[in-house]
Design a binder for this molecule. Structure first.
Ligand SMILES: *Cc1c(COP(=O)(O)O)cnc(C)c1O
Length: 395
């Protein structure tokens, strides 16, 4: 492990006690903590329903199933994201239509989304990249005008807002993820949020093997076997989230404002120290967002255009050699080998995203980072940049 890792969860005694209490309760799945956790997340993004699932990817899969998207259908989404936001489209046999991004926000370009819509388009999946809520209002308008559902992949944006509207409230439905590098974690986990009663019901049934959602304990008492635990009304999955995970999620949600504030503090510490660096493009802060509306998932800087991806990769490797976490968030999805094989994508197809993704560097970003750690990362990054400039000059 690096001296300064790329990310690290923020777990205190509060979380430890919550999980131990859940263990001692004797109820380890489908209990009261599930409902509580769902209420908390849905409430935070001002939606009627929350459906907790085993991970964000499972949540995306379920909403596409619930919207009856399948073979012959197209779903428009961004190429600049974590792979899950496109893979879920492949799970249901539909075609991902990958489009280019806006180079400032790094979110999908709304004009290019509009241009990609055909009469086969059954949904738009909009990703809030690195927590940015930019363009979500516009994308909701576009989807609304075409009467197709907007699915918000808000896995990286819990707690963020845009002109007062919370992440997770823009689409017909939104999906959060709770992997350990996200704003809150349940170890593994995710949550679907929506105001749509039918969509929430369909997701609840499918996460639980296609059975109508009976809590396990009630099942023992039920005399109606037709409606019982072994009655399956559709093809479902086991995408349930355990009570242990929900207990952890509740404890993290109770601290959400504190967690977001800690992330903002680290982001601002980086901003201040990197502002004067001519070789870097810093993360765009949407002027439409008040400072306390920002929810930072990662801190990703971009090298200016005179750097190549070879130089970027060498900088990341150099930082890792100094035991400082760094990563190339994100390689373009359309250039992943199996997307190229399946759909014939080539480099050059989506030039903005390609240019961006060749030059991004995700820096260590976690709540416990103090000024000394930020300073060490910044000094090491600047050292690596100087090294590249020397190499360039001498070649
Ligand atoms: C984290 C993440 C997901 C979901 O990931 P899981 O590991 O399945 O929880 C989906 N989309 C994006 C953009 C993500 O960052």
């Amino acid at each position: 492990m690096s001296v300064i890792p790329l990310s690290q969860p923020d777990i205190t005694e509060h979380e430890v006690r919550a999980v131990v209490d859940a263990l001692r309760s004797g109820r380890l799945s489908m209990g009261p903590r599930l409902a509580r956790f769902e209420e908390m997340v849905a409430g935070r993004c001002e939606r009627r329903h929350g459906v907790a699932v085993s991970c964000g990817t499972a949540g995306l899969h379920l909403v596409l199933r619930a919207l009856d998207i399948g073979p012959g259908d197209e779903v428009v989404t961004t190429t600049f994201s974590f792979i899950a936001s496109a893979n879920c489209i492949m799970y249901v046999g539909a075609k991902p239509v990958l489009v280019d991004i806006d180079p400032r926000s790094l979110n999908v370009d709304p004009h290019k989304v509009e241009a990609a819509i055909t009469n086969r388009t059954k949904a738009i999946i909009a990703v809030e990249v690195f927590g940015s809520t930019t363009h979500m209002d516009r994308l909701a308008q576009i989807a609304g005008a075409r009467e197709i559902p907007l699915i918000e992949d808000c896995c990286e944006a819990l707690g963020g807002r845009h002109r007062g509207r919370p992440a997770g409230s823009f689409g017909r439905t939104g999906v959060f993820g709770f992997y350990p590098n996200k704003q809150i974690t349940t170890g593994e986990g995710g949550m679907i949020v929506t105001d749509d009663d039918q969509l929430a019901d369909a997701c609840r049934i499918m996460r639980n093997q296609g059975r109508v959602d009976l809590p396990e304990a009630d099942n023992d008492q039920s005399s109606n076997l037709q409606a019982g635990w072994l009655n399956h009304t559709c093809l479902g999955y086991n995408y349930r989230l355990s009570e242990l995970a929900c207990a952890l999620g509740i404890a993290q949600m109770e601290r959400l404002d504190e967690l977001l504030e800690a992330r903002r503090r680290v982001a601002m510490a980086y901003m201040q120290r990197l502002m004067d660096c001519q070789d870097l493009i810093l993360p765009n802060v949407d002027p439409a967002c008040a400072p306390d509306e920002l929810s930072w998932f990662a801190f990703v800087v971009r090298l200016t255009d005179q750097y190549t991806h070879v130089e970027r990769d060498r900088i990341i490797t150099g930082m890792r050699r100094h035991e400082i976490g760094a990563a190339n968030y994100f390689p373009c999805i359309h250039l992943q080998s199996f997307y190229q094989e399946q759909f014939g994508f080539r480099s050059g197809d989506l030039p903005v995203a390609e240019s961006v993704s060749q030059r991004t560097i995700a820096l260590p970003f976690y709540n416990q980072m103090d000024d000394m750690a930020v300073e060490l990362v910044v000094q090491t990054l600047k050292l690596m940049l100087q090294r590249e400039n020397l190499l360039k000059r001498d070649s």
